[in-house]
Ligand binder design. Structure first.
Ligand SMILES: Cc1cc2nc3c(=O)[nH]c(=O)nc-3n(C[C@H](O)[C@H](O)[C@H](O)COP(=O)(O)OP(=O)(O)OC[C@H]3O[C@@H](n4cnc5c(N)ncnc54)[C@H](O)[C@@H]3O)c2cc1C
Ligand SMILES: *[C@@H]1O[C@H](CO)[C@@H](O)[C@H](O)[C@H]1NC(C)=O
Ligand SMILES: *[C@@H]1O[C@H](CO)[C@@H](O)[C@H](O)[C@H]1NC(C)=O
Length: 618
């Protein structure tokens, strides 16, 4: 009882005072840390493996006993932090194990997210070499960011609050043969998580108003935001709340935002629960395996500071290591495709299609515009000061302002297939090149872009046909898994992007753009310009193959379903054939989402927490 009261007081006080001043009392510290972050990001060699955990490790030593817990949650990321919070609301004893450290204060500034790709707070993953995408990157291996800290990827992502649509969840329910996952039945969980702070004129009944996670709009970019809304309206869009009744139209972007502070899982769920006596958080701890005895998960092994530990679970182990690492941990534990396990000499515990069905969006910034407006011209310290006082331009993720969902056939009775996102300023010039891991040629071509005056569009392919996989490099937990999303394996995916770019290109002819004097800026496209006529179909195909990069909305790699031959968990998220083991993160999501994947992952985490509590009579 005491712990429950304490927890609710903590979360109340955070809700009430949570502006940057309360979280980061000293501005000069924030400024210094930001300078350090940017410097580090410019020089850091991204991590290549998990060796850091194994310094002075003795492979032959028996694991040390870490104690017994009712629940063990693996990964304090977007989903794991939520599950740990919810399960420790009562007096259940919960262990939360996270590979990374605490999230640094600089993660609170949404616009700094991309700098984290080149720091130890990111796993440092690349995808395998591709031949139809990522051609502008070093070695044709796009970088594949994943957060490695409290809050996981929600601590460094684009911060966009976007749930997907009714059609996605109704398809999901159909695939898993269970109405529990229909839109009607998951909507309460979206609402449970949310406290919407922005004024909602239309679709109030779709939002939540007393959940742990704040959502908000960001301050408009003077002139530009309204101009962009107007331009899309001229192209036939109406203004909508894309998280409400219908996504079709144009909207100001909704952010996970508590005043000016990034409201990812670390802020909204982990910190408010971290003081509970029944919740133990072990960070800097790499989980290497789930221990399974007689088809029952009985605990986990993890490595911390060169030592191996065993923690026992009396009720359940919940894997929430994300769509790349959850499959790796399962396979290292003997759960996976039998061929794959055999190849690496891992003893088979249960044959399941782990790592298969990897689905991801594809993103591309194909069009650039310059205007004669300067949207801000502050030096870093001034920008931060402005953020500290709750003002733009750093409050939003990556300068995202306006989003527009579209169906190429203009059929508003089914899923949108494309999302247009306006990006910048800020977040342009070399930052796009760096964030995408571009090679020297493309990085230098991008120097022409100006942080203060230019903007671009992110075109997101929402329902690609191409699917990929996560496999193992070896059975050694020091080695990273192999990620091959197989982008553009289906040519239709490229064509859909090309068709939507053609539609978007017309935006330059709107009165809104003309009056604003927003002009297209052609950035050199090495490898394409010399071979094809600008704007021809072949030129666009070439450009897309060079510039497109992982959408980072990965789902399906430990897919939920009904049958063990083509799924990994059942609709209650229990791993088929193994008792006491569930998966709760983006990897279970069986569909591609017509939106972004944080909010759906939050929903999954809220829902599975209720399923677990119900099963154990809490
Ligand atoms: C660059 C980028 C931008 C994005 N932008 C947006 C956006 O704007 N809006 C949006 O909705 N979505 C966005 N997404 C997607 C979204 O962030 C993810 O889908 C979501 O955060 C996934 O949550 P998760 O819980 O599955 O995984 P994560 O949040 O990644 O959590 C996994 C956690 O497990 C830990 N872990 C992994 N392996 C181990 C191990 N062996 N032992 C211990 N701990 C381990 C990790 O360190 C991490 O903390 C973006 C993603 C990226 C990469
Ligand atoms: C990622 O790709 C780069 C460029 O090819 C390479 O230098 C780096 O070692 C790769 N990282 C991993 C983890 O494979
Ligand atoms: C922007 O300003 C410059 C310099 O004043 C001028 O040469 C240019 O024509 C202007 N461009 C537009 C689109 O108004």
């Amino acid at each position: 009882m005491l712990s429950v009261m304490k927890a609710s007081i903590v979360s109340f006080s955070i809700a009430f005072f949570s502006i940057a001043h309360a979280i980061i009392p000293n501005f000069d510290d924030l400024y210094r840390e930001t300078e350090d972050l940017i410097k580090l990001s410019g020089t850091f060699q991204r991590l290549k493996n998990n060796d850091e955990y194994f310094v002075n490790f003795d492979d032959n030593k028996k694991p040390l006993d870490y104690g017994t817990f009712e629940y063990i949650v693996v990964g304090a990321g977007t989903a794991g932090g939520i599950v740990a919070n919810r399960l420790s609301e009562s007096n259940s004893k919960v262990l939360l194990v996270e590979a990374g450290p605490r999230d640094p204060d600089t993660t609170k500034v949404p616009a700094l997210g991309t700098f984290f790709f080149y720091t130890p707070w990111d796993w440092g993953y690349n995808i395998t070499k591709q031949d139809k995408i990522c051609l502008a990157t070093i070695d044709k291996r796009c970088i594949f960011p994943r957060g490695k800290m409290w809050g996981g990827t929600s601590s460094l992502n684009g911060n966009v609050y976007s749930r997907g649509t009714k059609w996605d969840y109704d398809t999901w329910a159909e695939i898993v043969g269970n109405p529990d996952w229909s839109y009607e039945n998951v909507l309460p969980y979206f609402k449970k998580a949310e406290t919407a702070r922005f004024k909602i004129d239309l679709d109030k009944s779709y939002h939540g108003f007393d959940g742990p996670q704040f959502t908000d709009l960001i301050e408009d970019t003077p002139g530009l935001t309204k101009m962009l809304l107007r331009a899309f309206k001229e192209r036939g869009s109406i203004e909508v709340d894309y998280n409400g009744r219908s996504p079709y139209g144009v909207s100001r972007v909704q952010n996970f935002l508590d005043r000016n502070v990034r409201a990812g899982t670390a802020h909204s769920y982990i910190r408010p629960a971290a003081g509970r006596p029944n919740l133990l958080i072990s960070d800097n701890s790499l989980v290497t395996k789930v221990i399974i005895a007689n088809d029952r998960a009985v605990g986990i092994e993890f490595v911390k500071n060169g030592k191996l530990y065993f923690a026992q679970s009396s009720k359940e182990v919940i894997l929430a290591a994300g769509a790349i690492n959850t499959p790796q941990i399962l396979m290292l534990s003997g759960i996976g495709p039998s061929e794959e396990l055999k190849k690496h000499g891992i003893k088979l515990v249960k044959a399941l299609p782990v790592g298969q069905n990897l689905q991801d969006h594809v993103s591309v910034f194909p069009l650039f515009f310059r205007t004669n407006h300067t949207y801000y011209n502050l030096i870093l310290k001034e920008q931060l000061k402005s953020w500290y006082e709750n003002r733009r331009p750093l409050t939003g993720g990556w300068g995202i302002q306006v989003v527009n969902f579209r169906n190429l056939k203009n059929d508003r009775s089914s899923k949108p297939d494309i999302e247009f996102i306006t990006v910048g300023p800020p977040f342009l010039s070399s930052t796009i090149a760096t964030a995408n891991g571009f090679n020297e040629e493309y990085t230098s071509a991008y120097q022409i872009l100006n942080q203060y005056t230019d903007f671009t569009f992110d075109v997101v392919l929402l329902h690609p046909e191409s699917k990929g996989e996560v496999t193992l490099q070896s059975k050694d937990p020091r080695d990273y898994p192999l990620i091959n999303p197989n982008y553009f394996a289906a040519e239709k995916d490229l064509e859909t992007i090309y068709q939507s770019i053609k539609w978007l290109l017309e935006i330059k002819n709107t009165e809104a753009f003309k009056n604003f004097k927003a002009e297209r800026l052609l950035v050199a496209m090495p490898g394409c310009d010399e071979n094809y006529k600008t704007d021809s179909r072949n030129w666009w195909y070439c450009v897309i193959k060079h510039l497109a990069f992982p959408g980072s909305h990965v789902t399906g790699s430990a897919i939920m379903g009904t049958c063990p031959s083509n799924s990994v968990t059942n609709p209650e998220l229990k791993v088929h054939g193994i008792r006491g083991l569930r998966i709760a993160d983006a990897s279970v999501i069986p569909v591609t989402i017509s939106g972004h994947t944080t909010a759906p992952t939050v929903m999954v985490a809220e829902k599975v927490s209720d399923l677990i509590k119900a099963e154990h009579g809490q």
